[in-house]
Design a protein. Structure first.
Length: 136
């Protein structure tokens, strides 16, 4: 009986510790994501300004053409950015009790509002256009 009780206590302690670590890391996740995104902001902005990447209707960044989509540094940067966006959208969706897609689309609208006229956006039909050519 003592063995069973000792095992149960040990298991409980391990689970409690795991829960504390999980809760602690989850609380930092949103801030960590924001910091990583801020660290990439200048490079993302530079690539947007040069017309190499743009924003999609779902709130993700993509290469505007195949040439840039095959550029290794751009591929890695976009992968890191979009991974963080996915995680951030999921956190925000959970906090606001909505879907990840809704958060992404709302963010896409925000990107559009803050964009320069020369920035590229992917239309619903998959065509890349500059903001100046989309605005009514």
């Amino acid at each position: 009986m003592k063995k069973l009780t000792l095992k149960a206590i040990l298991l409980y302690c391990v689970l409690a510790l795991f829960s504390i670590v999980t809760i602690s890391s989850a609380q930092n996740t949103k801030e960590e994501i924001k910091i990583r995104m801020q660290d990439r902001f200048a490079k993302i902005s530079e690539l947007k300004k040069s017309g190499k990447i743009g924003e999609t209707p779902l709130g993700f960044a993509e290469a505007v053409n195949k040439e840039f989509a095959q550029n290794e540094p751009i591929i890695k940067l976009l992968a890191a950015e979009n991974d963080d966006r996915k995680m951030l959208y999921a956190i925000i969706a959970k906090e606001s009790q909505t879907s990840v897609e809704e958060v992404g689309m709302a963010n896409a609208k925000r990107y559009f509002q803050k964009a320069f006229d020369s920035d590229y956006f992917k239309t619903q039909t998959g065509e890349w256009k500059q903001k100046k050519d989309i605005m009514p």
